[in-house]
Design a protein around this ligand. Structure first.
Ligand code: 5AD
Ligand code: SF4
Length: 428
């Protein structure tokens, strides 16, 4: 989400004749696009601000702006705490950046943290930053209204709003014509995408269908799906289109129904299991990844064991795993006590990570001796002789680069693996 926001900011700034530089020493303006989801994300921003201090001391005309969720959460308070920040800009105020720049240039502090009910930046064609020219993100909606008890997003990113599907399809066509071969449709909860147009209601399944029809050579991914809204119709659309990748990110957060209720996730363990069964039945080769939080308020060893057993049962291919971090202003911060001691949170997280390592390795081992269509994305970090790409299931594959260029589809026979990577050779 944040990466996609930076591309929108890049486009707005480029329209006003600002040019991006890769070296902070060359910059007249430095924007930090920030995340508030966990406390350590905010600490990283504070450290980065500290590192920028000498630049500001050397060049007082340098403008430093804090953008995104942390700007929205802390507002003026951040100006008081970090004295050499010049701009505070919330996630719905990026169009105002050029005006705010003028205020900052005149030596005043500039701030806009107004949230909007309809801003989707639909008409802005994002500049592609750090691009491999093969894969790109398309933001399809903004905000979230699910109010999961632990989560700061509804208050930092505002109400849910969907973007006009015509502009989404247009962006996908434009990317395809420029040589891109994969788009990821992004939203906090893509399954609640909804657009009321002249031709009736367009839901996420319909949008996915329209983007899939742009070109069979364009792969489509999407994230994130909320388990409460993952529909059978969506699974059917996925199953029926080769270019919709067979990979679903379905954050479970906890395997305990009691904890899920406290988290206000609006589903329980058995609902989640039913959704996993539906995925496996409709799309047998679909990879499933998840998010897990260890040590939410009141979590007991029993609750934690339920998370482990659910992980095992679902056999997740991949997981993002976190320690619970209390966020000011959230439902959990107001209503519950953050009562699981840090050592216990860490121990549980370690157990979760260890289990997932084993599950990922098992999942990858099943792919050895099989052949997959891989979209080559770029050269591997280690050597120009090797390319990296992904299978439809979103697994990273490293393979020999002879006769293949980034952006091409190739069949790769998998020869070996680790928990993180598949290795193979191209079948010509
Ligand atoms: N503490 C820990 N993890 C969190 N997440 C969201 N809020 C918190 C929090 N307060 C995790 C959830 C979510 C992912 C994006 O971040 O697992 O799915
Ligand atoms: Fe946060 Fe829940 Fe919304 Fe995801 S669905 S952004 S976890 S409130």
């Amino acid at each position: 989400m944040n990466f996609s926001d930076s591309e929108i900011v890049g486009s707005i700034m480029a329209d006003h004749q600002f040019v991006a530089t890769h070296d902070t020493h060359d910059a007249d303006i430095i924007f930090l696009n920030t995340c508030s989801i966990r406390d350590n994300a905010e600490q990283r921003v504070r450290n980065r601000l500290m590192q920028l201090r000498p630049l500001k001391m050397k060049n007082p005309a340098l403008i430093i702006g804090v953008l995104g969720c942390m700007a929205e959460r802390l507002k003026e308070q951040l100006l008081e705490e970090e004295k050499y920040i010049d701009m505070i800009v919330g996630p719905d105020s990026y169009r105002d950046l050029p005006k705010l720049m003028q205020v900052a240039e005149s030596g005043q502090k500039a701030i806009n943290v107004m949230l909007s009910a309809d801003e989707t930046y639909a008409d802005i064609n994002p500049v592609r930053l750090n691009t491999n020219n093969v894969t790109a993100f398309i933001s399809i909606m903004r905000g979230c209204e699910n109010h999961c008890a632990y989560c700061v997003v509804p208050s930092t990113r505002g109400v849910e709003r969907s973007r006009d599907p015509k502009t989404i399809v247009h962006e996908a066509i434009d990317l395809f014509n420029r040589g891109f071969r994969e788009v990821t449709l992004l939203g906090q909860n893509v399954n609640s995408y909804e657009w009321e147009g002249k031709d009736g209601l367009i839901d996420f399944s319909e949008l996915l269908l329209q983007v899939a029809q742009v070109n069979p050579q364009l792969r489509i991914r999407f994230a994130t799906s909320h388990p409460k809204d993952l529909s059978d119709r969506l699974l059917l659309v996925m199953a029926n289109h080769n270019n919709i990748c067979k990979s679903i990110h379905l954050p479970v957060q906890s395997g305990s129904s009691r904890i899920l209720k406290l988290m206000n996730r609006k589903y329980d363990r058995s609902w989640y299991m039913d959704r996993i069964r539906a995925i496996k039945k409709t799309i047998p080769d679909c990879a499933i990844s998840t998010d897990i939080i260890a040590g939410f308020c009141t979590e007991t060893d029993e609750d934690h064991n339920e998370t482990l057993s659910l992980m095992e049962w679902a056999a997740f291919d991949y997981a993002y795993m976190f320690k619970y971090s209390e966020r000011p202003g959230t439902l959990a911060a107001k209503k519950y006590t953050d009562d699981v001691p840090d050592e216990i949170k860490s121990r549980r997280l370690e157990e979760i990570i260890k289990l997932q390592q084993g599950l990922s390795l098992r999942s990858n081992r099943r792919n050895v001796d099989m052949t997959f269509e891989v979209l080559a994305e770029g050269y591997s970090k280690r050597s120009k002789e090797e390319l990296m790409g992904r299978t439809s299931q979103n697994k990273v594959v490293v393979f020999n680069a002879r006769c293949v260029l980034p952006g091409q589809y190739v069949n790769v026979a998998i020869k070996s693996c680790t928990a993180a990577t598949l290795r193979g050779s191209v079948i010509l």
